[in-house]
Write a protein that binds this ligand. Structure first.
Ligand code: ATP
Ligand code: MG
Length: 339
């Protein structure tokens, strides 16, 4: 479904852990909102899941990947309007990834915040894989293969998209103009949802695996989701006080509510100024549980028809390969691997 008039968007989520409301608010909901305006290429980044091999359960990985793929659809991404695929189903990602690795200075990779923070996780610090260092080069390949104009992500990924731009420019300088330079697209509010158990840490799939009550996963049972929100860390004040300033945990709850209901901070102030924290939390829990219930109903429908799901996976991969093959050929030609 290529349409020359529309700008192209590329984005994806790594197949580590379970998708949570931060991924939904910061990334997936934005893809869904933009799907009529842009030509979307959206993928499940399964090769990136191997960057911390200690965290991979081989027997589960493909099932986890398909769960995320089905969740994209359940969250409202239309697989006809958007090209939805799994990264490893499109072999051009790994191939262009190697070219990008060769074009990327090690010093750039060493500056990556994710490398610095994830490399310190206790159980991997003894032998961090080179993939954790090099994955921004693969990420550059992911983006550049589709000549993307925009990459919609949460705030934590901004540094990597900037690195993708730099890698593309470096390749272009070395081998002649080959890649389009993409721009990052970040939502004004909700691009950094914080952990419910610790509002100073970004809500993340990997932290949620270790810390109960850190996140609300999109497939959590409603009572578990409600409990996590009701227990969210706020501060020692009893009630919301806009004048005195909001504790980070309160600000986070309001942001979640506003993003899911499309309301403004001004409207929140009208509703919740002076409200006890329990009242705010119950309101947030109602909205979150309502949204999860819609997503989960649709998810059950999609995963209930395995044959149809397999068709969607194959169809998306075929559409993605058609575009990726052209870009890879261009890159092979530019650096002299093909005449
Ligand atoms: P991990 O712990 O495995 O890194 P993650 O939750 O950080 O998991 P990613 O796969 O790194 O998720 O990111 C997927 C997408 O979701 C990216 O666009 C990222 O910017 C966005 N995202 C991740 N966490 C949040 C968050 N807390 N708030 C808003 N957006 C987020
Ligand atoms: Mg992350």
């Amino acid at each position: 479904m290529t349409s020359p008039g529309r700008k192209r968007v590329l984005s994806g989520i790594t197949a580590t852990g379970r998708l949570h409301i931060g991924n939904y608010i910061g990334a997936i909901s934005m893809w869904a909102e933009n799907q009529d305006q842009y030509e979307n290429f959206l993928f499940v980044a399964d090769l990136h899941a191997l960057t911390i091999p200690e965290a991979v359960v081989g027997a589960n990985l493909r099932a986890r990947v398909e769960e995320i793929f089905a969740l994209y659809v359940a969250c409202g991404i239309d697989p006809e309007k958007s090209t939805l695929f799994v990264q490893s189903d499109v072999h051009q990602h790994a191939e262009l990834g190697w070219l990008m690795t060769c074009a990327t200075p090690v010093s750039w990779l060493e500056r990556s915040t994710q490398f610095k923070t994830k490399g310190k996780i206790a159980d991997v610090s003894a032998g961090v894989g080179a993939g954790l260092l090099c994955y921004p080069a693969l990420q550059a390949a992911d983006i550049l293969l589709y000549d993307a104009d925009y990459v919609p992500v949460g705030e934590d990924q901004q540094q990597h998209v900037e690195m993708s731009r730099d890698i593309a420019k470096r390749f272009n300088a070395l081998f002649g103009s080959t890649f389009k330079i993409p721009d990052v697209l970040i939502r004004k509010s909700g691009s950094r949802i914080m952990g419910l158990d610790d509002p100073t840490a970004k809500m993340s799939k990997s932290l949620a695996e270790r810390q109960a009550g850190h996140a609300v996963a999109l497939l959590d049972p409603p009572d578990q989701a409600r409990k996590a929100i009701m227990r969210a860390v706020t501060d020692s004040q009893p009630a919301v006080d806009f004048e005195a300033g909001l504790a980070p945990g309160v600000d986070n709850l309001l942001t979640i509510l506003e993003c899911l209901t499309g309301t403004t901070r001004g409207q929140s102030q009208g509703h919740f100024d002076g409200a006890r924290y329990g009242v705010l939390k119950a309101a947030v829990a109602d909205v979150v549980v309502g949204r999860l219930s819609d997503i989960q109903d649709r998810y059950r429908e999609i995963t209930g028809d395995r044959a149809q799901l397999a068709k969607l996976l194959a169809h998306g991969a075929e559409r993605a390969r058609a575009v990726a093959a052209g870009t890879l050929a261009r890159a092979y030609h530019a650096c002299g691997l093909r005449s």
